[in-house]
Design a protein around this ligand. Structure first.
Ligand code: FES
Length: 82
Protein backbone atom coordinates (compact mmCIF):
# COMPACT_ATOMS: atom_id res chain seq x y z
CA UNK A 1 0.00 0.00 0.00
CA UNK A 2 1.33 3.43 -0.91
CA UNK A 3 1.73 5.52 2.25
CA UNK A 4 3.50 8.52 0.72
CA UNK A 5 2.03 9.67 -2.56
CA UNK A 6 4.60 12.45 -3.04
CA UNK A 7 7.54 10.02 -2.98
CA UNK A 8 5.56 6.89 -3.95
CA UNK A 9 6.66 4.99 -0.85
CA UNK A 10 4.91 1.83 0.24
CA UNK A 11 4.38 0.54 3.75
CA UNK A 12 6.59 -2.41 2.78
CA UNK A 13 9.46 -0.06 1.94
CA UNK A 14 9.07 1.79 5.23
CA UNK A 15 8.98 -1.48 7.19
CA UNK A 16 12.01 -2.79 5.31
CA UNK A 17 14.22 0.13 6.30
CA UNK A 18 13.46 -0.36 9.98
CA UNK A 19 16.21 -2.25 11.75
CA UNK A 20 15.24 -4.87 14.28
CA UNK A 21 16.39 -3.86 17.73
CA UNK A 22 15.73 -0.18 17.13
CA UNK A 23 19.05 0.51 15.40
CA UNK A 24 17.40 1.93 12.28
CA UNK A 25 15.74 5.28 11.63
CA UNK A 26 14.25 6.97 14.70
CA UNK A 27 12.23 9.67 12.94
CA UNK A 28 10.11 9.85 9.79
CA UNK A 29 12.73 12.24 8.34
CA UNK A 30 15.36 9.52 8.75
CA UNK A 31 13.04 7.03 7.01
CA UNK A 32 12.74 9.37 4.01
CA UNK A 33 16.54 9.74 3.96
CA UNK A 34 17.05 5.97 4.15
CA UNK A 35 14.74 5.56 1.18
CA UNK A 36 16.60 8.20 -0.81
CA UNK A 37 14.02 10.97 -0.68
CA UNK A 38 12.81 13.79 1.53
CA UNK A 39 9.44 14.87 2.89
CA UNK A 40 7.40 17.14 0.65
CA UNK A 41 3.84 17.83 1.83
CA UNK A 42 4.25 15.92 5.11
CA UNK A 43 0.79 14.33 5.06
CA UNK A 44 2.31 10.86 5.39
CA UNK A 45 4.47 11.58 8.45
CA UNK A 46 1.80 10.37 10.89
CA UNK A 47 1.32 7.13 8.95
CA UNK A 48 5.07 6.57 8.73
CA UNK A 49 5.35 7.19 12.47
CA UNK A 50 2.62 4.58 13.11
CA UNK A 51 4.48 2.04 10.96
CA UNK A 52 7.67 2.87 12.85
CA UNK A 53 5.99 2.45 16.24
CA UNK A 54 4.62 -0.95 15.19
CA UNK A 55 8.08 -1.94 14.01
CA UNK A 56 9.63 -0.80 17.31
CA UNK A 57 7.10 -2.90 19.20
CA UNK A 58 7.94 -5.95 17.10
CA UNK A 59 11.66 -5.24 17.39
CA UNK A 60 11.57 -5.19 21.16
CA UNK A 61 11.06 -8.94 20.99
CA UNK A 62 14.01 -9.33 18.61
CA UNK A 63 17.42 -8.20 19.80
CA UNK A 64 19.02 -8.20 16.38
CA UNK A 65 21.05 -5.24 15.11
CA UNK A 66 21.19 -4.01 11.54
CA UNK A 67 18.86 -2.92 8.76
CA UNK A 68 16.76 -5.50 6.98
CA UNK A 69 17.42 -4.09 3.53
CA UNK A 70 20.03 -2.08 1.72
CA UNK A 71 19.36 1.61 2.17
CA UNK A 72 19.90 4.58 -0.08
CA UNK A 73 23.38 6.09 -0.08
CA UNK A 74 22.11 8.93 2.12
CA UNK A 75 20.99 6.63 4.96
CA UNK A 76 22.78 7.28 8.24
CA UNK A 77 22.36 3.63 9.17
CA UNK A 78 23.74 2.12 5.97
CA UNK A 79 26.89 0.95 7.73
CA UNK A 80 24.78 -1.50 9.70
CA UNK A 81 23.79 -3.48 6.59
CA UNK A 82 25.76 -6.72 6.52
S1 FES B 1 2.54 12.20 1.04
FE1 FES B 1 4.53 11.91 1.84
S2 FES B 1 5.50 13.84 1.65
FE2 FES B 1 3.55 14.09 0.71
Amino acid sequence: MIVCSCNVLSDTQVKACMAPGGAGPRTPAQVYRCLGCSPRCGRCATTIRKIMNASFAEASADAVEGCTTACAATCLHQAKVA
